[in-house]
Design a protein around this ligand. Structure first.
Ligand code: NAD
Length: 365
């Protein structure tokens, strides 16, 4: 089969790690007989410098006409001036809006051979393998009115949390579908004891669970979820949350893994159902890491795992995705480490990690 992939490396280590995932992707062509047409574009600071805008209209169009978008990261000290009229990060917001992605999916897997590299006790995080699903385009960050009100008595500020049943149902469905493809356990996060949006969320989750009788649904208050994610993370499999709660919990959950460089994310424009191809935007959770950019030492695994998610959700290539994930697992098990997870021991370069993953690709035994 033939697929068009838009590759937007961005700034700092973005292009360095993305280069490795493209290298691994291209090496799947011979193994599985596909063709991946890769088209590259400038985004972020690189685009501001070259074209005077964080993302050109042609790049947005290229992204929306591709089967999927593989993104690196954008930003850096060079473009950090708070008074600047445009910021590299605007590229992400414009791409998300243009692609209509509303579901952010972040798997957090702790590889047993890396459990000692986390800041959390190995005994707590051993066997963590969970997926966070966050609603990306609604709720508190987008609700109106959003304003400051100045009166003779002083200043107040208003943000509005608003969710429609349509917005809640489509993200809940992503959660239920992912739960069906995994351990059939779904934790729905809310604050139903105080928020009306959360009471609607909980009601709709309970209603939808009737469509998924095999899925064990539990409602978890966000504060309790935050605590349990650190105390007993293995109790979770799929967690679904609204925009604000999901934003905070996804960052918290990423601490369970040993390095930012290990974790992928996908943002989808529809509910992932086995066998259906949906456009998506795939980015590792890390930023541009200015402290190590240009040194060839960044960990490309987050980006490579993004590419695997892209194979699964946007290209419906399940076996190919599993093949990449197995290869990553095997490389780590063999002891190959980039500096961020080497604990001061021997480390390999970004490109060497890509080469090892390619060498480990192969059919399931
Ligand atoms: P960061 O993720 O870039 O770096 C945090 C720390 O993690 C650094 O020490 C870095 O070296 C390390 N790190 C990150 N990814 C790594 C990798 N793949 N391999 C090895 N080590 C890795 O976060 P930051 O320092 O807060 O932000 C730097 C810049 O990136 C800022 O301009 C920020 O705005 C931008 N940023 C962009 C995105 C994005 O494009 N999605 C996300 C976060 C931050």
């Amino acid at each position: 089969m033939e697929f068009d992939i838009a590759v937007l490396g961005g700034d700092g280590i973005g292009p360095e790690v993305t280069e490795q995932s493209v290298k691994v992707l291209k090496s799947l062509e011979n193994l599985f007989g596909h063709r991946f047409n890769v088209e590259e574009g400038d985004v972020g600071g690189a685009s501001i410098d070259k074209h005077g805008t964080p993302v050109k209209a042609e790049v947005l169009d290229m992204a929306s006409s591709a089967d999927a978008v593989l993104f690196g990261a954008v930003g850096g000290p060079k473009w950090d001036d708070p008074s600047a009229s445009m910021r590299p990060e605007d590229a992400i917001l414009q791409l998300r809006a243009h692609l209509g992605v509303f579901a952010n999916i972040r798997p957090v897997k702790v590889y047993p051979w890396l459990a000692d590299s986390s800041v959390i006790k190995a005994s707590v995080i051993k066997d963590v393998d969970l997926v966070m699903v966050r609603e990306l385009t609604g709720g508190l960050y987008y609700g109106l009115p959003k304003e400051r009100i100045e009166t003779p008595q002083g200043i107040s500020a208003v943000d509005t949390m608003r969710y429609s049943d349509v917005e809640i149902n489509r993200i809940l469905r992503v959660g239920f579908e992912l739960a069906m493809s995994r351990q059939k356990k779904l934790a729905s996060v809310d604050k139903a004891n105080v928020l009306e949006c959360s009471r609607l969320w909980r009601q709709l989750a309970t209603q939808m669970s009737e469509d998924y009788p095999e899925v064990q649904l539990e409602h978890v208050l966000v504060d309790s979820c935050a605590m349990q994610l650190i105390q007993q993370p293995t109790r979770f499999d799929v967690i679904v949350a609204g925009n604000t709660f999901g934003d905070i919990l996804t960052d918290e959950a990423s601490v369970l893994a040993s390095s930012m460089g290990m974790l992928p994310s996908a943002s989808l424009s529809d509910v992932p159902v086995a066998g259906r191809r949906i456009p998506g935007f795939y980015e590792p959770i890390h930023g541009t890491a200015p402290d190590i950019a240009g040194k060839g030492v960044a960990n490309p695994i987050g980006s490579i795992l993004c590419m695997a998610m892209m194979l699964r959700y946007s290209l419906s290539l399940t076996e190919e995705a599993a093949c990449v994930e197995r290869a990553v697992d095997q490389v780590l098990q063999s002891g190959h480490r980039t500096a961020d997870v080497a604990g001061g021991g021997a480390a390999i370069s970004t490109a060497e990690m890509g080469d090892h993953v390619i060498a480990a690709l192969g059919p399931a035994e």
